[in-house]
Design a protein around this ligand. Structure first.
Ligand code: TXA
Ligand code: MG
Length: 318
């Protein structure tokens, strides 16, 4: 028998070869499967199958104006779906497989369900580094649409248990490969006129994009929501969140960083990569604690700290 059924719904299965084969079969049959990636767990479906993609939207309760990232096995698969200019190719070669999503012009005739791009003339593509996601892509031969495997607007999952708690019986199979290494969703960039526009900060930092491309990336500004992961309230716990806290006030669960000890600490040594990897798990635990509200220590706004603060700001907005 595969896996365990700890909450009585939804199957958490260790991501071994048999489970990966079973997941690929489910996906080819138009089902959804939760799969670990190096950033967060994704809720995957065959990107070319409109019914399968509709299952993702239904399970997440996601507003359908919000397009999905398509995960590809390699650059060749990506080039069948989007138009790559020189800069896009350079970034893909430098950062793939990895935590960078490229928003590029959709190729004419690309085999992608309309709901994946939500009618936009562009498509978001990522070649993930996680061996389990890579194995499922290879085994299924599909391109996989996969948003984070949580209810729309809730905290992203960095462990199989988070997926089970958020989506439960809505997912027939959850592949478990332990905690995600990066812990924050991929950096999303749009390439326009050979310029890099950052739509969502993430593990691939502005500094490293600048170093590799020898140009200064711009941040998306203005009101238009292009990456709705960028809605003001997102990644939100059910409790209020207070930022830049030094000490816990009455009824608060404090998530510390460095010398701000807290009930929990994102990184006692003030290591930002470690803090990123622990952030969502810490928010899940804070939300589940008996405390009334959540406070979070100040996080330096540099390197991946920019992405951590981006998520924290949205978690604190309601
Ligand atoms: O790390 C990640 O990126 C994870 C893992 C599972 O790969 N996925 C993820 O997907 O975070 P999701 O669906 O939660 O976030 C996708 C973001 C959304 O904010 C969406 O609006 C944006 O990508 N997006 C998708 N297609 C787009 C497009 N054509 N133009 C602009 N933004 C797009
Ligand atoms: Mg998400």
């Amino acid at each position: 028998m595969l896996g365990s059924n700890t909450l009585g719904n939804g199957w958490v299965v260790p991501a071994d070869d048999a489970a990966i084969t079973a997941a690929a079969d489910l996906l080819r049959g138009g089902q959804i499967v939760a799969i670990p990636t190096e950033t967060v767990y994704g809720l995957a479906a065959d990107a070319s199958n409109a019914d399968a993609v509709a299952h993702i939207y239904a399970a997440k309760g996601r507003p359908d104006f919000n397009p999905l990232i398509v995960h590809v096995h390699d650059l060749a698969a990506a080039e069948e779906l989007a138009e790559f200019g020189p800069l896009a190719r350079q970034l893909a070669e430098a950062f793939w497989p990895g935590a960078l999503t490229l928003v590029l012009p959709l190729r004419e005739g690309a085999k992608v369900a309309a709901a994946v791009t939500a009618g936009l003339p562009t498509i978001a593509l990522r070649c993930p580094a996680h061996p389990v996601m890579q194995a499922v892509l290879a085994k299924s031969g599909l391109n996989l649409a996969a948003p984070s495997a949580n209810k729309s607007g809730a905290i992203s999952p960095t462990r199989a248990e988070h997926v089970l708690a958020s989506l439960g019986g809505a997912v027939p199979m959850i592949l478990d490969a332990g905690p995600c290494k990066e812990g924050l969703e991929s950096t999303i960039v749009a390439i326009r006129l050979e310029n890099i526009e950052i739509l969502r900060p993430g593990p691939v930092t502005t500094e490293s994009l600048q170093t590799f491309s020898k140009r200064q990336p711009s941040q998306q500004t203005g009101q238009k929501i292009e990456a709705p992961g960028q809605l003001a309230s997102h990644y939100a716990p059910t409790k209020t969140v207070r930022l830049n806290a030094q000490i816990a006030e009455d009824g608060e669960w404090l998530i510390g960083f460095g010398t701000v000890a807290g009930h929990d600490n994102l990184s006692p040594t003030a290591d930002l990569a470690q803090a990123a990897a622990h952030l969502f798990d810490a928010l899940h635990r804070a939300d589940a604690s008996p405390y009334r509200s959540i406070a979070v220590a100040d996080i330096p706004d540099k390197g991946i700290g920019v992405a951590i603060n981006d998520r924290l700001k949205r978690a604190a907005t309601r």
